[in-house]
Design a binder for this molecule. Structure first.
Ligand SMILES: Cc1cc2nc3c(=O)[nH]c(=O)nc-3n(C[C@H](O)[C@H](O)[C@H](O)COP(=O)(O)OP(=O)(O)OC[C@H]3O[C@@H](n4cnc5c(N)ncnc54)[C@H](O)[C@@H]3O)c2cc1C
Length: 300
């Protein structure tokens, strides 16, 4: 495959491009070999053109936001990585609405909401993803999730056109969306919040951030909760009762601070993380009959 053409196409929009770019620095796990070509899309036009080009040439492509919910193979990825760059992350507040370009970091969206005395998105403070990645995953925490605040979004349809989609058509459920089901690129996300009081919003954000810091092994690279919540239970509780806390494989380990996290304790490989995941799934299934499902997306 020749990637010069797509690199030139995106460079024409002022986007940075790279060949054989290692992916580890673009993921919160700090794991992942090189991709053939990376384009750091910096605008909706560039994003649309990159997706359209890859589709028209049948070139495999992967969209990466903040890389906080993915585990990438040490072999890297063949094809094009479309990285949603920080240049494509504008946040616009209008009344009780906030429109976020795909790359807008959730923490910045939360701060913009607070600074405009808007309440409803405090739950997302501390989720280290982008607006696009959060909608794709229907990210959530502390009883909140994207489905409660999203009003509409823009995405790139099958013909490469940018279309608007309303909440009711997004099929949002636990860590699922129409975007993940149909692999639709998200261009922007519009959320609707409510008027609130700055101090209350600020206190709630700080309180939730403290809970995270106390409960989660944020000092180590990870992709957050490794497993989805099984029906009526918690993955971390099951992992605990099966005595799997601290189970390790090479540099990967079930965190002793929070069993729901597999962490990279230092130089963990893709295989190390998969090794821990397999051990956990097998033992939890054998002891409890529950088959855990990965929340982390495995890219290879
Ligand atoms: C320490 C830590 C804590 C976390 N806590 C939480 C939590 O409380 N709740 C929670 O839900 N998650 C949590 N996560 C997981 C993660 O932050 C979320 O899933 C987040 O929404 C992923 O966003 P991202 O931009 O990093 O997506 P990425 O990891 O870059 O991508 C995830 C998926 O979304 C797709 N994607 C990304 N951007 C787009 C786009 N613009 N268009 C189409 N597809 C796109 C990618 O192709 C990929 O399939 C945590 C992770 C970490 C490391």
């Amino acid at each position: 495959m020749n990637f010069r053409e797509i690199a030139d196409l995106c460079a024409g929009y002022g986007a940075e491009t790279a060949f054989n770019e290692p992916l580890a620095p673009y993921t919160s796990f700090k794991i992942g070999g090189p991709c053939d070509c990376m384009v750091k899309v910096n605008s909706r036009e560039c994003f649309g053109a990159a997706v359209k080009y890859c589709r028209s040439k049948n070139i495999p492509y992967y969209i990466i936001g903040k890389g906080s919910n993915i585990l990438v193979s040490g072999e890297g990825l063949r094809g094009v990585v479309i990285l949603i760059s920080s240049a494509f992350s504008a946040i616009t507040v209008e009344g009780e609405h906030i429109t976020c370009e795909a790359g807008a970091p959730l923490c910045r969206v939360c701060i913009a909401a607070r600074d405009n005395c808007l309440t409803g998105i405090e739950f997302a403070y501390g989720i280290p993803g982008s607006a696009g990645g959060a909608l794709y995953m229907n990210a959530g925490a502390y009883m909140g999730e994207m489905s409660q605040i999203v009003e509409s979004a823009e995405y790139i349809d099958e013909n490469g056109e940018i279309k608007e989609i309303a909440l009711k058509d997004m099929d949002l459920s636990y860590r699922h969306s129409i975007f993940s089901e149909k692999n639709l690129p998200i261009v922007s996300v519009k959320i609707k919040l409510n008027k609130g009081e700055y101090d209350k919003i600020n206190d709630r954000m700080n309180c939730l951030m403290d809970r995270r810091k106390n409960a989660q092994p944020l000092e180590y690279p990870s992709a957050g909760s490794t497993f989805k919540r099984p029906q009526g239970d918690f993955a971390a509780r099951l992992i605990d009762v099966c005595g799997l806390k601290g189970t390790s494989c090479g540099g990967a380990e079930v965190s002793t601070k929070h069993s729901g996290f597999v962490i990279n304790k230092g130089n963990a490989t893709f295989e190390d993380v998969l090794g821990v995941i397999d051990i956990v799934k097998e033992k939890v299934y054998a002891d409890t009959g529950v088959m855990l499902e990965c929340e982390v997306l495995i890219l290879k």
